[in-house]
Design a protein around this ligand. Structure first.
Ligand code: AMP
Length: 377
């Protein structure tokens, strides 16, 4: 079998994507532009990614036979979410190259393992402690102080599986409410802003970072990304360096996102890594319309063994998520000058569900156009 780092796809070859959400859909669309086919594996028959590929496997991730058939049909396998069960990844990796590598999932599926990994690289994180009981939580609070954030070690996303603990809260109750056996407690970080770096790394070690993105969350869900982040150039360079060091240390192939807090310290600013996502990321959606190459195409190029692009940004960019009922405003967004609308083709708009996004690229031409006084009648 081809070693994962020696994959060299040619147009017409097939990429297997685990996960059928909007990320898989946008990956498949980017692959199609490069003449590559995709086959999507997802247990959900309503997967939005199924709509844009010729071949789909609708089966559970634990279905060994379906996994084997899927692997036989494709040339390389990637994923759009980090919670791919390790047993499934192992079955697939025995048959086809899985990129980013299977072992990367082990690091990024568990917040404690991930934090330990980042810390070992000498990169700053919030102070944290392993918590596996109510007693351990009390001890961790004693060490880290309050306020603090408790997070389940596994399967947390968009603020799920986490809670802020404040002075006066009952740790026993918090532990019971969290309903897990393994968590970490993190110091609450009074950050000035949240940023992320989307980086692509090729099998031969080339790393290309997109410009640093600034992210605004609402109810723990990403609401708006703005590029460039309003931070000093030196700090932006530092943020890109952090992402590059993480990608290199993981011997990563593909696109990854590193979320960081910008924190005031001694009259200056420092960075703390919050999370590493081993996949394309919501805060990189602006690249579809705002840069010469998108995060999705970079990922496809990286796992295909093709040269990475050197992304050039078209201007200042704002990406706004359409969450839940906000999707109902898409007709208005379609009429806004300079806006690109992306709808994910999902069914019911449940609260908190990411239904689409819109991008505004503020090029000089556009700014000049909208800033010009209206013509006299
Ligand atoms: P996460 O699931 O770790 O990405 O956290 C979701 C969001 O919760 C982050 O984007 C932050 O806005 C907030 N958050 C997470 N951890 C902390 C922390 N240690 N201190 C302050 N805010 C946090």
């Amino acid at each position: 079998m081809t070693a994962p780092n020696q994959v060299k796809l040619k147009p017409g070859d097939t990429i297997g994507i685990l996960g059928g959400g909007q990320l898989g859909r946008m990956l498949a669309m980017a692959a199609a532009r490069l003449g590559l086919r995709c086959q999507v594996f997802s247990p959900d028959p309503d997967s939005p990614a199924f709509d844009v590929v010729a071949n789909a496997t609708c089966a559970e991730y634990a279905d060994v036979e379906a996994l084997e058939l899927f692997a036989n049909d494709v040339d390389v396998i990637t994923y759009e979410f980090e919670n791919v069960p390790s047993a499934s990844a192992m079955i697939l990796a025995a048959r086809r190259p899985v990129l980013p590598g299977r072992e990367i999932l082990e690091t990024t599926q568990d917040r404690l393992v991930e934090k330990d990994f980042v810390k070992r690289l000498g990169i700053g994180t919030a102070a944290y402690a392993d918590v596996s009981s109510a007693a351990a939580l009390r001890a961790a609070i004693g060490k880290i102080g309050l306020p603090a954030v408790i997070k389940t070690r596994r399967f947390g996303y968009d603020g799920k599986g986490q809670a802020i603990i404040r002075e006066g809260d009952d740790p026993d109750q918090v532990w019971q409410d969290l309903g897990t056996k393994s968590a970490i407690l993190e110091a609450f970080i009074p950050f000035e802003r949240e940023i992320s770096v989307i980086a692509a790394r090729s099998a031969d070690g080339q790393v290309e970072c997109f410009d640093v993105t600034e992210n605004e969350h609402s109810d723990h869900i990403l609401k708006i990304s703005r590029v460039p982040a309003a931070i000093p150039d030196a700090l932006a360079a530092q943020a890109r360096d952090v992402a590059q060091r993480i990608a290199n240390a993981l011997n990563y192939v593909g696109v990854l996102a590193v979320e960081m807090f910008v924190v005031p310290e001694d009259g200056g600013l420092k960075l703390l890594v919050n999370e590493v996502a081993p996949r394309v990321h919501n805060s990189g959606h602006w690249t579809l319309d705002g840069a010469s190459i998108s995060q999705f195409e970079q990922h496809i190029r990286a796992i295909a063994g093709w040269p990475l692009g050197k992304p050039v940004r078209h201007g200042a960019v704002t990406m706004t998520n359409l969450i839940g009922d906000e999707i109902n405003s898409y007709q208005q967004w379609l009429t806004v000058p300079g806006v690109t609308v992306h709808l994910y083709g999902k069914g019911a708009p449940r609260p908190g569900r990411k239904m689409g996004h819109v991008t505004q690229v503020h090029t000089q031409a556009h700014v000049a156009k909208v800033a010009a006084p209206p013509k006299p009648a």
